[in-house]
Write a protein that binds this ligand. Structure first.
Ligand SMILES: *Cc1c(COP(=O)(O)O)cnc(C)c1O
Length: 372
């Protein structure tokens, strides 16, 4: 028997999350962001659930090729654009739209030979100071691009630094508006957090929104709002089984470093999931888990291949019990990845993306009763 651990992907949840985002996005078209191998879910595994999107946005050219290989003929956007001149040949061949954030990318385009002009997203650095033209350079970049025969439509784009946080989008939105005021073309500025939190700002949703994390059922602004608040459901469930049970007495310790010492008689379940599976080693004693769909907590240190959970108050659980590290248990109980991430000092994004290659991934069949 294989080691009892697996990740399950829920196409129904992906579809429902996309619907929730469509509602939030009003008339805007929706890119499903599938970078980082679909936020760790696997592009091939999420494709069916997300084929209702208006396009797929990602970074790696190899991922763009995979989306085309799945038969997707609609828009595909490279969020960081091309990295070298020959990438443009792939853009021409596969009809990829691409972000332009630097002069060198315009230089490459100017030298590119193509029969089909490219659709580009011109990125403004409105204050995040990662990618994009400065407000001073943006308009001349637009003028230069629009004079190129290699370029078809230019969409105006920026990215927010704190759409999920207290400073919000106001300052950057003001910069974007003043720089782009009289430029023609479509607009795209919203990630998940901006789409869900700031859709009331007139014009902000623009023509295209670019949600990623929310599509996968993780809240962009946890703990301020959880997935239930945003009407989202986990698209990934990480489950393992209890492979041993220990009954310990007060004063006995559990795991490496003896970091947890029992102060009463306890039952400890040993679970076939460790940091080599992508579960964060730094998650402290007390991190929530579901055992047979019932909420309990981790105990002691996470090791490479195992972690330990408190079964003292779960008398009906034991050897072979189902343990849900995050996602949805067989009985329907939900443990958001955001809760685990929070205790590990990170965000749901990182845990989902860090699912280890050794964990087998299964995709729910559409007829599966608890398939969402
Ligand atoms: C990753 C990314 C997104 C999606 O962000 P989420 O916070 O996951 O919604 C949107 N736009 C750009 C440019 C990105 O790189």
């Amino acid at each position: 028997m294989p080691r009892p651990i697996a990740a399950r992907i829920h196409p129904r949840a992906l579809r429902d999350n996309l619907t929730a985002l469509r509602h939030a996005a009003a008339d805007a078209r929706v890119w499903a962001v599938v970078k980082a191998n679909g936020y760790g879910h696997g592009i091939e595994n999420v494709f069916d659930g997300l084929r209702g999107a208006d396009g797929f946005a990602l970074l790696d050219l190899s991922e763009a090729e995979r989306v085309r290989a799945l038969g997707w003929r609609g828009p595909v956007l490279l969020l960081e654009g091309v990295f070298e001149a020959r990438d443009l040949e792939l853009c021409s061949r596969l009809n990829l739209w691409h972000t332009v954030h630097s002069e060198s990318q315009i230089d490459m385009l100017a030298l590119h030979k193509t029969h089909q002009p490219h659709r580009v997203f011109l990125k403004l650095n409105s204050g995040m100071n990662r990618l994009g033209f400065s407000p001073q350079a943006y308009r001349s970049a637009w003028t230069r691009l629009s004079a190129l025969s290699q370029v078809d439509e230019i969409t105006l784009m920026t990215h927010f630094a704190d759409a999920d946080g207290p400073s919000g989008v106001t300052d950057q939105w003001a910069v974007f508006q003043s720089v782009t005021r009289d430029l023609p073309g479509e607009r795209s500025v919203c990630n998940s957090a901006a789409t869900l939190r700031h859709s009331g700002i007139p014009g902000l949703l623009g023509d295209w929104v670019r949600p990623g994390i929310a599509v996968y059922g993780s809240s962009p602004d946890f703990p301020e709002h959880d997935i239930a608040h945003w009407n989202l459901a986990p698209a990934m469930t990480l489950t393992a089984r209890v492979i041993a049970v220990q009954s310990i007495s007060p004063g006995e310790s559990v795991g490496y470093g003896r970091t947890y010492v029992a102060d009463r008689p306890m039952r400890i379940g040993v679970v076939a999931c460790g940091y080599a599976d992508g579960y964060p080693r730094i998650a402290p004693t007390g991190t929530p888990v579901l055992v047979d769909g019932r909420r309990t907590r981790t105990i002691g240190r996470v090791s490479m291949d195992m972690l330990t959970v408190d079964l003292t108050d779960c008398p009906d659980s034991g050897f072979d019990s189902e343990v849900t590290l995050w996602g949805k248990a067989g009985n329907g109980a939900v443990l958001a990845v955001d809760e685990v991430a929070r205790l590990a000092g990170t965000v749901g994004y990182e845990l989902l993306c860090a699912l280890a290659p050794r964990v087998p991934v299964e995709v729910d069949s559409e007829t599966d009763a608890h398939g969402c």
